[in-house]
Design a protein around this ligand. Structure first.
Ligand SMILES: *Cc1c(COP(=O)(O)O)cnc(C)c1O
Length: 455
């Protein structure tokens, strides 16, 4: 008797050969980034000191398809295509009529979807003669991904790691060291921003906003150095569309089509990576797929923040981005899904939500960990706490389908494994975690500081 097929793999030769740029298909274009000094749209020259031209061109591009360079394809073929898996064991555990699928991005050497953009970013920097790349990292996944990519293309890598994670995730630091990168806790005393924050709030857990400021300051101060961002920007989301393109082919192999597509949302890159090819079908083919972004209740950017212009970092060094934001001074409580603690959101995912192509929900920490455990005990994979937010929403959908007595096809992105998050699992299983929400006055305070923009 042959087992029913659960896993849908593509041959290596079927890795999509171009990234999909949603800017080409948006009926209403997303508002451009602004130069904070003039209030006018920011041209490439504003960002040229920190990013290579190859990436800036992609950032501004409205071409629908952008070819994946050969060297990037070769690196992708280390771990791509990633598998699409039918969650039959989870379906059974939930006793649901829904059919659940997940795209598993934990198969990359760094354990998450992040190498999908780290690899092309290291490649384009190398191509333009850059010797050293700085970046920030929250939970450590992005630092690991960039450290890996820099080692593949022989570029130096300097990582500013959010302090709370620096101590929570020591083995993430070890991984970066193994790939040859340098990693320090942020805020640090090596940058002006870091020293200023430390003087004002010596006990701060740090935040992505602060770490970004430090990494940018470092890159601006050195001729041989550029900066790299692991989420939020258009070119990052572009690179991640490899996920959704593969998923569409694999769902076809499975003979199914999703009614709902789900991704966890920190800066928006893994969500966009899975969702944008499906949003394309909504725009160009009139499909009615529901697209759901899931964030933590402790950092409710998409569900409680306004869609407004704001800085991408705490030090106010970046251009103004049009996005859902809790204010660039917002510091989320130190929850265990460190990768979802960003105050802002990608302009492109914000725009898609604003235009009604996607919806957003916020889920609490305890329900999220309960979902992760249900998943681990049925499907086997131990998810990253970030990815568990998508699982949480998928389980809600499956339960709703059961209640309604209807079939529903659910596709979610399992953005990474949780092998370096076991301290968080220990804390959850010992009953030590709680549901944290930011105090209303801290939200009101950081939102009151949004920059004023005309028009
Ligand atoms: C970084 C990370 C996230 C959050 O970042 P996005 O840009 O929103 O995707 C989610 N899941 C995992 C596993 C991550 O490493």
């Amino acid at each position: 008797m042959s087992a029913p097929q659960r896993r849908f793999d593509l041959p290596c030769t079927a890795i999509p050969s171009a990234w999909y740029n949603i800017a080409a298909d948006l009926p209403v274009p997303a508002p451009p980034p602004l130069d904070p000094n003039t209030g006018k749209p920011a041209g490439p020259e504003l960002l040229a000191p920190i990013f290579p031209m190859g990436l800036l061109q992609q950032e501004m591009s409205t071409e629908r398809w952008i070819d994946v360079p050969g060297a990037v394809m070769e690196a992708y073929s280390l771990y791509r295509p990633s598998p699409l898996i039918r969650a039959t064991a989870l379906e059974k555990a939930l006793d649901t009529p829904a059919r659940i699928y997940y795209k598993y991005e934990g198969v990359s050497p760094a354990g998450s979807h992040k190498p999908n953009t780290a690899i092309p970013q290291a490649y384009y920097n190398k191509l333009e003669g850059v010797k050293r790349i700085t970046t920030e990292t929250g939970a450590g996944q992005w630092g690991c991904a960039l450290a890996l990519a820099c080692s593949l293309f022989d570029v130096e890598c300097m990582v500013y790691m959010v302090k709370v994670s620096f101590f929570q995730k020591p083995y993430r630091r070890s991984m970066m060291a193994a790939w040859g990168a340098e990693c320090i806790a942020s805020p640090s005393d090596t940058t002006e921003t870091g020293r200023k924050v430390l003087a004002e709030t010596p006990d701060t857990p740090g935040s992505l906003g602060i770490a970004i400021s430090e990494a940018v300051e470092d890159a601006v101060g050195r001729e041989d150095t550029k900066y790299s961002l692991g989420s939020v920007l258009n070119h990052v989301l572009l690179h991640q569309t490899i996920i959704g393109q593969e998923a569409q082919i694999q769902m076809e192999m499975a003979g199914d089509e999703p009614d709902v597509v789900i991704g966890c949302h920190g800066g928006g890159s893994n969500f966009a990576g899975l969702a944008f090819p499906y949003i394309r079908d909504k725009i160009t083919k009139g499909k009615t797929t529901r697209i759901v972004a899931v964030e933590p209740k402790s950092c409710p950017t998409l569900t409680q923040g306004p869609l407004a212009y704001d800085y991408g970092d705490t030090g106010k060094m970046t251009p103004l981005l049009h996005m859902y934001t809790l204010g660039s001074g917002f510091v989320a409580p130190g929850i265990h899904a460190g990768g979802l603690r960003y105050h802002g959101a990608a302009p492109l995912t914000s725009h898609c939500i604003g235009q009604g192509y996607a919806e957003a929900i916020a889920v609490p920490q305890l329900e999220t960990f309960a979902a992760a455990i249900t998943f681990a005990r049925s499907e086997g994979f131990i998810p990253a706490p970030e990815s568990a937010h998508a699982i949480c929403a998928a389980i809600r959908e499956a339960n709703a389908a059961k209640e309604a007595g209807e079939e529903r096809v659910i596709l979610f992105n399992l953005s990474g494994h949780g092998h370096f998050d076991m301290a968080a699992y220990d804390a959850y299983l010992a009953g030590q975690l709680t549901d944290i929400e930011p105090p209303a006055e801290s939200l009101a305070g950081s939102l009151a500081c949004l920059p004023k923009v005309d028009g």
